[in-house]
Structures are given as C-alpha cells and as structure tokens.
Design a binder for this molecule. Structure first.
Ligand SMILES: O=P(O)(O)OC[C@H]1O[C@H](OP(=O)(O)OP(=O)(O)O)[C@H](O)[C@@H]1O
Ligand SMILES: NC(=O)CC[C@H](N)C(=O)O
Ligand code: SF4
Ligand SMILES: [Mg+2]
Length: 465
C-alpha cells in the first residue's frame, strides 16, 4: 500500500525529453531558457543549453529542473545568436550528469552539440559495432551514438549527417548545432513531434508548438518524417535522409504528454482530447448526473464526454498544483494523507451524485483506484470510470516510459475485472478505432496493440520480462 501511494504521488507515465533551438536571434540562450521552461513537463531529470557565437560552442547543464539548473549568471555565460537546449527524462543509459544533454562532441573538424528526443531501438547493436571500431563513449545514453556515426563519415558536415541517419532505427527528433548551422531532424516514422517557428530575423524550433507562444514566435510548420533542415544565415534547405517514410506520431503525445495548447500535425491537443471524449461517450454511454475529469490531462476529454452525452460537466476534483515531481515524500505516518494532498474531491459537487469519471489512461490502476475511493468517501452514489484511450498492453521503446510488461495491469485483467479491482460501478475504454477516429490514422498505437511499427532488435528479448 505504501509503495502504491508513493507511486500515485510521483506520476507514472514518465515523460520524454523536450528540445528547443534558436537560430539568428539575439540572446539565443535566454530564449532557449524560456522555451525549455515551457517544455518542462516533458522531462525533469536534467536540463542543458549550448550556444554559439559563430566561433566556439559553450555548454552549461545540470541535474534537476530548468529553474534549478539556470540562473541569470549561468545564462550570461552562453553568448551568441544560436542555441539549442534540452530537458531530459532518461529512457536509455540511466540518470546522472554525464547523460544530461546537449551532448558536446569535440573534434578537430569542428565541435558540435546534440539534443535528442526519442529512443534508438538498435542502440545496443550500434554501440557494439562502434566500440569494436574504436569509438570511446563518454555517456551511457543512446543519444551519443549519432555523434560517433557522424564522425565516421566523410564529406561536409551536412553530408555526414545525411549518411549517418539511415543507420539509426527508432524514434528521434534531433537538434544538432555546429558553429555555422543548425540541423533539425525528424525520424522516418515521425514518432516525436518537432515544429518550426519564425521569430524576428531568425527561427525557433521546438518539441511542442506551445513554446512558440511563450517566446513570441509564429508557428510555421511541423517537420515531415525523415526530413532534415539545414538552417543557415541565408536560407533553410530541406533534405530527406530517406524516402522510406511513414507517419506514426505517438498517440500518447495527444492522449497524455503534450500541453493542450500545442498542435501536432495540424491537430490541436485539447481538440484531439475533446474528440476522443465525445467518441468515448458515443461508444460507452451511461446514465449519470455529472461528468468530471482528473486534472489536468483528462479535463479536455471529460468536456468531450459531456458534449456528446449532454450530462453536465463539473469540477469534482481539485489538484494541488505544487504536489508532483518535486514533492518531498512524507514520512511513513503521513503517507496515507499524501494522496489527499495531490487531489481532493469536492463534496459539494459529488455528494449523492452518479458520477462519470473520465481519465486519459490506466497504467497500473493505482490512480483510478485512489480517486474512486476519494469520490465515494465524499459521498458519490455511483462512479462510472471512462478511459479516453484503450488498455495499455505493451511497453513503449520509442522514448516513453509506460512501465514494463508485468506492471501493465491490462495485461492481466479484463476491463470487467479491472473495474472491480478499482472499485468502479462500471469501466469502459475507448476502442482502437475510436482513437483513430479522434486522432487521425497516422499514429503509433503500439502500446495499445503490441504491433510495433519498426523492427525491435534485441529489445524484444525483454518484452515480456
Ligand atoms: O493507472 P496508473 O498507473 O495510476 O496511471 C495512470 C495515470 O497516470 C497518469 O497521471 P499522472 O498521475 O502520472 O500525472 P498527471 O497528474 O499529469 O495526470 C495518467 O494521467 C493517469 O491518470
Ligand atoms: N525521453 C527521451 O526522449 C530521452 C532521450 C534519450 N534516449 C535519453 O535517454 O537521454
Ligand atoms: S508505443 Fe505508445 S507511447 Fe510509444 S510511441 Fe507508440 S503510441 Fe507512443
Ligand atoms: Mg493523470
């Protein structure tokens, strides 16, 4: 029980990284700091910024949140009008300062820095090959591999990048910067988002378009799968590192990760969640008095459920916004109380009501179980749980930590059994077709279907562990 509560307090579907880049704008590092701040929800383990004044690259990084790593003095050490930054949630290689990005590659042909969102699925194989050929790795993260691959190629820097990229399999949105250019890269499956915006005489690039608003930039477009942009003083050139592409945007970006004010592939995240909520209401109706969402990520889908069903949307749960990843764990005696510190049920709203409770996903079932208890303790007559995505039955290898196979409760329990386990009066999930209807057909659904859009290399060995 204690473990379960700690898990509930800490957040479970662990976010992935965020990248932000600036080209040809004064005080680029300062802007990158603001950009990273708005991408903080994507990774809280470490943050870093590298900048260039055209002569040399300076990098500053540290463990923790953006505001913990950077202050005015530290940003002042980063001169120039080109910059890239990164917020990290580790997927390969574990934590620690050495793996905090951007990764700096020193070379007699010119230094460069790398910021990566995603996960390379053939990292183990590539690392073995590269080490056998003499490469010495400075980090344990998969992101460093692209640096070694680039170094082994011949030609101009951009030719080297184009030759190295086809060797990587898996998910990557990269920003790579040397003293002249910024390279903006999206993998051939388009797993992770990456957008371009215009600011003054320059450009900004971000994992999420919502960051543009914060720095005052205008959204131009998202990168295409397999696209490489070479950003120079005079022009932006677009290349494809391969023509073998498919559009497999991570559906979890819409369902859970991205901010509601971001747009991905032309679809606003809040709107996509609202669509899914409405389709869920169409697929799994129930008689009830109010619809409530779990703050914050499922509020939009709860609105959608209410739109379609006509059942009034209410605020039945309140979140303490200061409890989360930085929460100091209470001592043993206080842990039970801790649950209530993250979310409180509004007795005045839910008492004697039949409640439809909408959440975005179920991973281990801990959240739903606790929230249903909170609502029933506050006097709710019935709680009907509706989930705006399908049961998660397979782990992700593309940059999201959705737990291991054994921890995923839907691998063991049917929706009916799971409903009983979490104490709901009924439980229903959005169907796979419903997700496609709400989010479009160009999405990855591997964690819901077990059908991975790429070869999994040695990672498959661990799939059922
Ligand atoms: O079934 P579980 O294992 O409990 O996981 C599912 C829950 O995890 C996520 O919320 P989380 O509490 O991580 O963060 P949030 O407050 O940002 O929604 C998600 O939104 C679900 O509510
Ligand atoms: N979550 C991510 O996108 C992580 C990027 C990279 N795989 C790392 O572990 O640092
Ligand atoms: S497996 Fe799931 S979390 Fe991973 S990229 Fe695909 S949809 Fe996203
Ligand atoms: Mg949640």
């Amino acid at each position: 029980m204690i473990k379960e509560i700690e898990y509930f307090l800490s957040g479970k579907i662990n976010e992935e990284c965020g990248v932000f880049g600036v080209f040809n704008v004064e005080d680029a590092a300062q802007l990158t700091y603001y950009g990273l701040h708005s991408l903080q929800h994507r990774g809280q383990e470490g943050a870093g910024i590298a900048s260039s004044d055209g002569e040399s690259i300076i990098r500053e990084k540290g463990e923790g949140l953006v505001t913990e790593v950077f202050n005015t003095e530290r940003i002042a050490k980063l001169p120039g009008n080109m910059s890239i930054g990164h917020v990290r949630y580790s997927t390969t290689g574990g934590g620690g300062i050495e793996n905090v990005q951007p990764i700096l590659v020193r070379s007699h042909t010119g230094d460069f820095v790398i910021a990566h969102n995603g996960n390379i699925v053939n990292a183990k194989e590539l690392k073995m090959q590269l080490e056998a050929m003499g490469s010495i790795f400075h980090t344990t993260s998969d992101s460093e591999i692209i640096g070694h691959l680039i170094q082994r190629e011949v030609g101009d820097f951009h030719e080297k990048i184009l030759k190295a990229l086809p060797k990587l399999e898996g998910a990557f949105s990269f920003l790579i910067m040397n003293n002249e250019n910024l390279f903006v890269i999206r993998d051939k499956n388009g797993f992770r988002p990456l957008s371009m915006g215009k600011l003054e005489d320059g450009y900004v690039f971000s994992s999420e378009s919502s960051a543009f608003e914060i720095v005052g930039a205008d959204y131009i477009r998202g990168l295409k799968p397999g696209e490489v942009l070479k950003v120079s003083k005079d022009e932006i050139e677009s290349f494809q590192y391969t023509d073998c592409t498919q559009d497999k945007m991570c559906s979890m970006e819409y369902i859970y990760f991205s901010r509601p004010d971001s747009s991905i592939n032309g679809l606003n995240v809040h709107t996509s969640r609202r669509n899914c909520g409405a389709i869920l209401a169409k697929e799994s109706p129930v008689e009830a008095d109010i619809v409530i969402g779990v703050p914050d990520s499922s509020l939009s889908s709860a609105m959608g459920y209410s739109d379609f069903s006509g059942i009034p949307y209410e605020m039945g749960l309140v979140k303490n916004r200061y409890v989360g990843r930085t929460f100091i764990k209470p001592n043993q005696h206080q842990r039970e109380r801790g649950v209530k510190m993250k979310l409180s049920a509004m007795e005045a709203v839910v008492k004697d009501k039949r409640v439809v409770l909408v959440d975005d996903s179920i991973v281990r079932g801990t959240t739903s179980k606790h929230i249903i208890k909170l609502l029933k303790d506050a006097g709710a007559k019935e709680v009907h749980m509706r989930i705006a995505s399908s049961p998660i039955i397979s782990p992700c290898f593309y940059g999201v930590d959705t737990s291991t196979y054994n921890e995923l409760i839907s691998t063991r329990l049917s929706p009916k059994e799971l409903g009983e386990y979490i104490g709901a009066d009924s439980l229903a999930f959005l169907s796979n077709d419903g997700m496609i209807e709400g989010l479009g057909k160009n999405i990855c659904l591997a964690c819901f279907t077990g059908k991975y859009p790429t070869s999994m290399f040695s990672l498959l060995e661990n799939l059922k562990k």
